[in-house]
Design a protein around this ligand. Structure first.
Ligand code: PMP
Length: 288
């Protein structure tokens, strides 16, 4: 996407900076030791969906990594809308993030915190033809035990295994990877949560006890309940995919995106529920 060479503005520590000048020094703690947290948000027709919830998650993620973002939820709120205005955006993706600045050595306490917000037009994470459905392989890496990593932070370091898995999936002709967790249960895709409509007519989704309980996931659960679809949050085994009739992933970037195949073995046909969830989600976020 050529992210460094664009017209526009990025909000850097309280100031609007020309897009091409929003740079960091090479000896940045966040780059070396992954002391970095981020958000992904979307604005639809001028309104950021669940904006304050995203800001709260950013602040919580930083706290989990033992640093404080020096802005309140209201200040972040104002900054996000300023970035959209400066870039003349009403339908866009927003990327607020925060990381420890210039310092070497592992200790993070006392290192200055940088907070940056950028926004750009990013229409579809997986491409436009959504009812065709995505193809997933199964990732070699597993979601870590919460005792070995800060699983509930949206922290850059947790994405290392996602990028490796995503690269492999693409190289092998898939769209993305399904990741299992440290116990072997189904967890999520590399940047989205996952749902299965099973033969019992219920919508099953993994219990988010070692991965992000996505804001889209929570929204979709509410939508399902409102339309009378029972949602079951539990540990799900891989071979239960045999009982699955429809499958979709959810995330701010991905929105609601059907899946048609997992691991060359399990096939699903995106149908009524996928279509309904896409339509309802688009209404809830203010897209249509
Ligand atoms: N899991 C991971 C690993 C993600 O990166 C994302 C995207 N933020 C999600 C789940 C979905 O989260 P949300 O719906 O809050 O965007």
């Amino acid at each position: 996407m050529n992210m460094d060479n664009r017209d526009g503005y990025i909000w850097v520590n309280g100031e609007m900076v020309n897009w091409r000048d929003a740079k960091v020094h090479s000896l940045t703690h966040g780059l070396h030791y992954a002391s970095s947290v981020f958000e992904g948000e979307r604005a639809y027709n001028g309104k950021i969906f669940k904006s304050k919830q995203h800001s709260q998650r950013l602040i919580n993620s930083a706290k989990i990594l033992d640093f404080n973002i020096p802005y309140s939820i209201d200040e972040l709120e104002q900054a996000k809308y300023e970035v959209m205005k400066a870039n003349k955006l009403t339908n866009c993706y927003l990327r607020p993030f925060a990381f420890l600045g210039c310092e070497m050595g592992l200790q993070g306490t006392g290192v200055p915190v940088n907070t940056i917000i950028s926004a750009w037009k990013w229409d579809s994470y997986f491409g436009e033809n959504n009812m065709k459905g995505l193809k997933f392989n199964i990732a070699e890496y597993r979601r870590p035990d919460p005792q070995t990593a800060p699983s509930h932070a949206k922290a850059a370091g947790l994405y290392m295994i996602c990028t490796i898995s995503k690269n492999k999936a693409i190289a092998e002709g898939y769209d993305d990877s399904l990741m299992l967790d440290y116990r072997g249960y189904i967890s999520e895709a590399t940047a989205a949560n996952i749902f299965f409509l099973m033969k019992d007519g219920k919508l099953h989704t993994p219990q988010p006890d070692c991965f992000l309980n996505g804001i889209t996931r929570q929204t979709v659960i509410e939508i399902a309940k409102n339309i009378g679809v029972e949602v079951v949050e539990r540990h799900i085994e891989l071979d239960e995919l045999e009982n699955t009739v429809e499958c979709f992933v959810t995330g701010t970037a991905a929105e609601v995106m059907p899946v048609r195949q997992i691991d060359n073995k399990y096939q699903f046909t995106p149908a009524k529920l996928c279509k309904t969830m896409i339509n309802k989600y688009n209404k809830v976020v203010g897209k249509t």
